[in-house]
Ligand binder design. Structure first.
Ligand code: 5AD
Length: 433
């Protein structure tokens, strides 16, 4: 997982290949030497990551062929939209109508859409987002793995359970061997094609060590690697890109500079954004977003966050609820409710209908048992599973009772496949259009 299905190379134009999936065509960037038309490949996030032998690919495709179209039909049925506009304001109908034609709402319009608490109105907003997801991106659902390699952190973010504030937390740092073994398990045994390596801002893993880990993964375990080690410096971002990392996951947390400064002692929003902008210029795929429901945050702030993520070229929007974490300055505050999170997921889809993956985050899954199902029906098309060795997962305590914190990888996969199946989604990433 992303259990990408094999595709067949149809055309090659320099570094861009056209890949066929049961008649659907997607483009992917190729860095593999000697690829020819007719070869079977796995692509991920718009990159070719592995060439696979034809007999193996044909066997997998034979199994997929039936379900591929069945799932698409279920999805189509579930995302059909009868614009039931009784009791809905004319202005809302106008904004949603335009959105359905692929014209994203302006900031003020999105604010207006999301300000409502009326369930009928919100239901229509969520359904419109789901309609757009189906229309432009079909039923592919991206399933990345996340491996948390260290919970040491030198920062004091006010909400974060692995920050300096949480003195009682036992700390761990996986060794290079442990990291490679976990990557091997995720890629070879469980079939993940895209992995996020994440940690706190931990000087204990040197950039040389990280480079070596990423190079080794590139040689031995074909997968698209996202790094998520916080603000490691622009030069180090470049070094890890050159070592083979192709994705950068870092939230800007909030687009409101004053709120940012309050919650992140010694850090500035400007430095964080510079990392994200430079990473994009280097060629990284960007996953970013913010926290929803921070004390002092307004709906205007959240709408600005969605637009900022778009401006930063987020290929995946990652928004999660703030959840109060023991031992931190914000331990006594309350989180938002489920519907506020669904608004953000739908909002992200409305402003970026055609390209983006919108993630149903683990924090949202922790907030609500129904997060995945409802989020996937409100514009979401992406989930992450935790592939951190179980003895460490509990210690990666960003907030309490994290969803999936003790489940076997296989159990997480089985549950995900079952849910996706019921919604007509394929656990695939067919890459860029
Ligand atoms: N609640 C929700 N999300 C949190 N994060 C950190 N602490 C919390 C919390 N208490 C998120 C931040 C960070 C990501 C790794 O985890 O957004 O970027």
């Amino acid at each position: 997982m992303c259990y990408a299905i094999p595709g067949r190379v149809k055309e090659i134009l320099e570094k861009t290949v056209l890949v066929d999936y049961f008649g659907e065509e997607r483009k992917a960037h190729n860095e593999i030497d000697g690829l020819t038309v007719g070869d079977y490949i796995y692509a991920q996030g718009g990159y070719v990551i592995e060439k696979i032998p034809a007999p193996e690919a044909e066997e997998i495709l034979a199994v997929w062929k039936e379900t591929f179209f069945e799932l698409q039909e279920v999805d189509l049925r579930l995302s059909r939209l009868d614009l039931e506009t009784k009791g809905i304001g004319a202005e809302t109908v106008r904004i949603l109508d335009r959105a359905m034609e692929g014209k994203p709402p302006a900031k003020e319009e999105l604010l207006q859409l999301l300000r409502s608490e009326d369930p009928t109105h919100l239901d229509l907003v969520f359904k419109t987002a789901n309609f757009l997801r189906q229309k432009y991106l079909k039923n592919a659902c991206c399933v990345h793995g996340i491996l948390e390699i260290s919970n040491h952190c030198k920062q004091g973010c006010h909400y974060c359970g692995i920050s300096l504030h949480h003195k009682a937390l036992p700390r761990y740092r996986m060794t290079q061997e442990e990291i490679l073994a976990a990557v091997q398990e995720a890629v070879k045994r469980y079939g993940f094609k895209a992995l996020v390596l994440q940690s706190g801002e931990d000087p204990g893993h040197s950039v040389e060590e990280l480079e070596e880990i990423i190079r080794t993964i590139g040689r031995e375990f074909p997968a698209l690697i996202f790094i998520s080690f916080g603000e490691i410096g622009i030069d180090n971002l470049k070094r890890l890109y050159d070592a083979g990392a192709r994705g950068f996951l870092m939230r800007f947390e909030t687009s409101n500079p004053e709120l940012y400064a309050k919650l992140h002692p010694g850090q500035t929003l400007a430095t964080r954004l510079e990392h994200l902008r430079k990473a994009y210029e280097m060629g990284y795929l960007i996953i970013t977003g913010g926290l929803v429901g921070l004390p002092g945050q307004t709906l205007e702030d959240i709408v600005n966050d969605i637009y900022l993520a778009r401006e930063l070229h987020a290929e995946m929007f990652s928004f999660g609820p703030f959840l109060p974490s023991p031992g931190t300055p914000l331990a006594g505050f309350k989180p938002v409710n489920e519907s506020e999170m669904l608004k953000v997921i739908a909002g992200a889809r409305l402003v970026e209908p055609t390209e983006a993956r919108v993630l149903i985050t683990t924090a949202f899954e922790t907030l609500s048992k129904e997060a995945r199902r409802k989020g996937l029906l409100a514009g979401g098309n992406s989930v992450m599973l935790n592939v951190t060795p179980r003895q460490y997962r509990e210690k990666y305590a960003l907030y309490p009772d994290r969803a999936g914190k003790s489940e076997l990888i296989q159990t997480q996969i089985d549950e995900t496949i079952a849910l996706l199946g019921s919604l007509g989604r394929s656990p695939t990433d067919l890459g860029a259009k």
